[in-house]
Design a protein around this ligand. Structure first.
Ligand SMILES: [Zn+2]
Length: 271
């Protein structure tokens, strides 16, 4: 097991040794893709949304050194050839400015920044990195997101994006390290113009339920990581990995076109 530091936290070696919330969510979406990423056979999606999220994170919860490193590593994506920032970077600057004007938001962002902890969930080594942590008081996470509204009318935003899973795992690992179960606070600013702002505390009931979901699945994912079980392909219509690597073996009923593996199983009464 490697010792986690700021420099190696997101490395492939660290992802092999430890499960994380993002890895867990990958496994829940598509086991085959999660494994391909761990093996380095499939690149993680590094879209502009992720870059801008990191940019806002850096400016509100980063250190001077990490901010300098971030600018160096991403200069060409943040600045045009003439040295001006791209429009969406200026929009992010506006979001940062709005957050900095809000005493409540800044209160939660002024904990210890980017704190790494490790623990175990169901015996599986687990790593977390907190945006802002005030020992004995709270864990806070900053989100720069498209909208406060859930893309799914029937599912609250926090659940849709799996933020309940994140809160549950973070709270559990902090508890294992300190013996204290802390409130989990989301500090949210949107990419809309003007940005919407919100500070929310996720309720304990949601976290308890999410932790049960994690506990029910994490050992199976670990077995897949250890090559003791083979990963399942999700075959979801929106999964780029499954689309890019699909090999057709036999004709299927045309009624099943466009359905995911889970939908087909459900239809056949296997779920
Ligand atoms: Zn897939």
């Amino acid at each position: 097991m490697i010792k986690l530091t700021e420099a190696n936290y997101y490395s492939n070696e660290s992802s092999k040794d430890y499960m994380s919330v993002s890895q867990l969510k990958q496994f829940m979406k598509c086991e085959a893709r999660a494994v391909a990423e761990l093996k380095g056979e499939y690149g993680p999606e590094r879209g502009r949304a992720l870059l801008l999220g990191s940019y806002v994170d850096e400016w509100l919860t980063g250190t001077v050194e990490s901010q300098d490193r971030f600018i160096e590593e991403n200069r060409s994506e943040l600045f045009k050839k003439n040295g001006e920032k791209y429009a969406d970077v200026l929009q992010a600057d506006e979001a940062i400015r709005r957050v900095m004007e809000q005493p409540l938001m800044m209160k939660y962002l002024r904990g210890k920044k980017q704190v790494i902890m490790t623990g175990e969930i169901e015996g599986v080594p687990f790593k977390i990195k907190m945006d802002s942590y005030k020992p004995g008081e709270f864990i806070a996470d900053l989100k720069y997101m498209a909208s406060l509204r859930s893309p799914n009318l029937f599912e609250p935003m926090v659940k849709y994006w799996g933020y309940d899973l994140q809160a549950a795992c973070y709270q559990e690992i902090v508890y294992q390290n300190t013996g204290k179960r802390l409130p989990f606070i989301f500090v949210v600013v949107t990419k809309e113009n003007p940005p919407h702002l919100a500070v929310g505390e996720i309720n304990q009931w949601n976290m308890d339920e999410a932790l049960e979901t994690v506990k029910a699945r994490i050992r199976e994912y670990q077995k897949i990581k250890n090559s003791e079980l083979s990963p399942e392909r999700c075959e979801d219509y929106n999964c780029k990995y499954c689309a890019e690597t699909k090999i057709l073996t036999e004709p299927i009923d045309t009624d099943l076109f466009g359905m995911s593996a889970a939908q087909i199983k459900a239809l056949k009464g296997e779920l």
